[in-house]
Design a binder for this molecule. Structure first.
Ligand code: UT7
Length: 339
């Protein structure tokens, strides 16, 4: 018996209401609209209110994805996030319960900015294995909670948000059927994107700031921007080309490359490395910044809303993030209405 394909049949997104412009940041930090736009392409990002956690964003996006799919039930929830509500337990069971999905399988996936693609591949695997007939895959992050308030290089980039898709069991040739995912990692680069303290290596004890490992605790997200930039371009481009090849597509066949929205210069460099016309690579980061695990579903919804992504488009998704991790996957874009 052939394994069932996972077919993308619903898409929903959610952004918190508070927009933070580059000028807003420039009032607080030594930065400028000109620097941020010219170095990243970002104009605005959204920030969750202090009382709002990742599960709140995930529930909103999940509810909309279910609506878009015309479903009120699924067999599993896979949530990609680097910013769970708490270190323990996972956030997905809470999201499943709040969505009224009952006692379904629910767990988190941690692959930083590649998280959505890892979660998508995991959801597809649950379907192929017969464990689930349908899965809600969510990418949700609240980076505003882990950014150092005085670090202009990360605060300029990241924003909060959530996006979700519904996968259902179907045939491999249907619109929306996911091709086999390309996934990779390189843990030798784990220091390049990190929240150093607060895990088992350097616990954050409630009583003080010293972790007992010889230095003060650092609970904030840190990124070695330049090294990450180079890795992102090479890994996203190469993973995208491998995924396309597996689907039997040449570069010319790729109608849309929906890449993790980290930096406009990265998007252009990825397209150039693949010899893909830049206009086939939709841009959303100008409006929302880098939303980590949420960036691909948010970019998909925006591309559909603006008419950039249409049913039948041979679409490649690709991402790169902390770990280091990267991935890509293909699908023919299905007819659906994002919610
Ligand atoms: O989502 C996961 C994957 N993430 C990424 O792919 C992000 C990849 N990296 C990047 O997007 C870029 O490396 C950044 C946007 C983070 C930084 O851009 P860059 O062109 O690589 O700048 P840089 O880090 O080399 O910094 C150049 C200068 C530095 O000043 P000095 O040391 O030359 O005096 C920074 O302090 O720019 C400074 N700088 C800023 N200046 C004004 C860094 N951030 C800012 C800022 N405003 N917001």
């Amino acid at each position: 018996m052939n394994a069932a394909a996972a077919v993308l049949c619903g898409l929903g997104t959610w952004l918190p209401p508070q927009a933070v412009t580059n000028d807003d940041l420039a009032r607080e930090l030594d930065t400028s609209d000109d620097w941020i736009r010219s170095r990243t392409g970002i104009g605005t990002r959204f920030v969750a209110a202090p009382t709002v956690a990742t599960s709140d964003l995930a529930v909103e996006a999940g509810r909309r994805a279910l609506k878009s799919a015309g479903r009120d039930a699924v067999d599993g929830v896979v949530l990609a996030t680097t910013t769970p509500d708490r270190p323990c337990p996972a956030t997905a069971p809470l999201v499943a319960a709040r969505l009224g999905l009952g006692t379904v399988a629910a767990f988190d996936v941690g692959a930083v900015c590649t998280g959505f693609l890892y979660a998508l591949a995991t959801g597809a695997g649950l379907i192929a294995a017969g464990t689930a007939g349908s899965v809600l895959v969510i990418g949700a992050d609240t980076y505003s909670r882990i950014l150092d308030p005085v670090d202009r290089s990360t605060r300029a980039i990241f924003g909060d948000g959530a996006g979700a898709v519904v996968l259902r069991s179907g045939g491999a040739t249907e619109p929306g059927a996911l091709g086999s995912a390309v996934l990779g990692s390189d843990g030798t680069g784990s220091e390049l994107i990190t929240v150093r303290s607060g895990g088992s290596r350097e616990p954050l004890h409630t009583s003080g700031t010293d972790t007992g490992t010889g230095g003060p605790a650092d609970p904030y997200f840190r990124m070695a921007g330049k090294a990450v930039f180079r890795g992102a371009v090479e890994r996203m481009a190469d993973a995208a080309l491998t995924a396309a090849r597996r689907a039997g597509w040449t570069t010319d066949d790729i109608d849309r490359l929906v890449a993790h929205q980290a930096n406009l210069r990265i998007l252009h460099a990825v397209a150039d490395r693949m010899r893909l016309p830049r206009h086939r690579c939709p841009v959303h980061l100008d409006q929302v910044g880098n939303t980590a695990a949420a960036s691909i579903p948010l970019a998909l919804a925006h591309a559909v809303a603006t008419g950039t992504l249409a049913p039948g488009h041979r679409t490649v998704l690709t991402a790169f993030g902390g770990g280091l991790t990267w991935g890509a996957c293909t699908l023919r874009w299905p007819a659906l209405t994002p919610a």
